[in-house]
Design a protein around this ligand. Structure first.
Ligand SMILES: CSC[C@H]1O[C@H](OP(=O)(O)O)[C@H](O)[C@@H]1O
Length: 365
């Protein structure tokens, strides 16, 4: 999407035709830094450290990571080592496993000399496919925002609450939860997006607010605990969030705190939608709470904050009582019963095995 009027994606092949460039999301919102990845370890570090994050973008970055690895060592051992290294970077987003399986399926039968080119071509295709999937999600989600707009008084904004960043920064472009928002904005529908700050890494306050602001979408950042109050007072027309892994039965794993928003939405009769491309569906799982691995990240993400001082320099401060133990769960699971619908590239499915199978019959094991 646009950054100061210039179109950007989150990841792209550099002009040299082999290094990969990314927006370093750990530097946003105060610095816009493009990082150049020149090998497998750089790609793995980018995912592990969340320079790139968001399930679809993690998958595409991993695919490019395999291509970079084939430049270093296209042997069978090199391919297996690359996929194992990248798979170990983060456990929850299923797109990572899906993309690596896709690359292994393609590259294993090829001779060493053919693997590098084939890997770059497939990684580029996966990036383009992600853009198309997210744009399609946008079209199906737009209808939901239009339906909400039809119930508003003339000029009244549609209030959409979103959690974390499921924006274009979490994908190659468009985003998942934000794709309908961008399309509604471009169609002239009056919007207000409630942006959950999303502690501890503040993907909402730092990333969603940044990208919506740069694209001119009206929004307000709120503390994570405000959403229920907004819903009680009729200030949320619908919720749209993303997901890192959704089971075949419609259980949704997403950033920590999503489950609490879904509970508040159900309690207040607010539609709660999840936007996802089909590679985010794990067809092998039925019970998200029992089966989806929940990443636990470093305590420092909770104990410290980095931000800009009055003179624009960056500083990191400690915000938790020194020495207090910390638990930092990065995701939670929202049961399908709390989900109004799953906005996919093929349409809006009920959050159920039947609903997903109706849209993706060929994917059902
Ligand atoms: C479109 S996937 C976005 C999804 O990924 C985020 O997790 P993280 O920032 O840790 O990669 C969050 O769960 C978003 O909803």
């Amino acid at each position: 999407m646009k950054v100061d009027g210039k179109p950007y994606r989150t990841i792209w092949l550099a002009e040299d035709g082999w290094t990969v460039e990314i927006i370093d999301q750990t530097r946003l919102p105060h610095r816009f830094v493009v990082e150049r990845l020149q090998g497998l370890e750089a790609a793995a570090h980018a995912i592990r450290s969340m320079q790139v994050r968001g399930a679809p973008l993690i998958g595409v970055t991993a695919a490019y990571g395999v291509a970079l690895a084939m430049t270093e060592d296209p042997s069978d051992a090199g391919l297996e080592r690359a996929c194992a290294t990248l798979l170990a970077t983060r456990p929850t987003a299923v797109n990572l496993r899906w993309a690596l399986e896709e690359m292994q399926r393609l590259l294993r039968p090829l001779g060493d000399n053919a693997r590098r080119q084939a890997a770059y071509e497939r990684a580029g295709e996966l990036a383009e496919e992600d853009v198309a999937l997210c744009r399609a999600i946008g079209g199906h989600g737009l209808a939901l925002i239009e339906a909400a707009a039809a119930k508003k008084k003339p000029g009244e904004a549609v209030n959409v609450l979103t959690h974390c960043n499921a924006g274009w920064l979490a994908t190659v472009d468009w985003g998942t939860a934000t794709a309908p928002i961008y399309l509604a904005h471009e169609k002239g529908i009056a919007l207000n997006v409630w942006v959950d700050e999303t502690r501890p890494r503040n993907q909402g306050a730092a990333l969603t607010a940044w990208e919506l602001g740069h694209h001119g979408v009206p929004h307000k950042v709120v503390a994570d605990n405000v959403g229920g109050h907004l819903m009680q007072h009729g200030l949320v027309d619908l919720c749209i969030v993303g997901t890192d892994r959704t089971t075949a039965t419609g259980d949704v794993c997403n950033k920590i705190g999503t489950y609490l928003k879904a509970l508040a939405a159900q309690d207040n009769g607010v539609p709660f939608y999840v936007a996802l491309p089909s590679p985010t569906i794990d067809w092998t799982l039925s019970d998200g709470i029992e089966e989806i691995p929940i990443e636990e990240r470093d305590a420092r993400e909770v104990t410290h904050l980095t931000g800009a001082t009055a003179d624009g320099s960056l500083a990191t401060i400690e915000v938790v009582a020194p020495g207090s133990p910390v638990a930092n769960y990065a995701f939670d699971v929202t049961p399908a019963r709390l989900v109004s619908g799953l906005i996919t590239e093929r349409g809006v499915a009920t959050a159920s095995r039947e609903g997903l199978a109706a849209l993706f019959p060929e994917r059902v094991p």
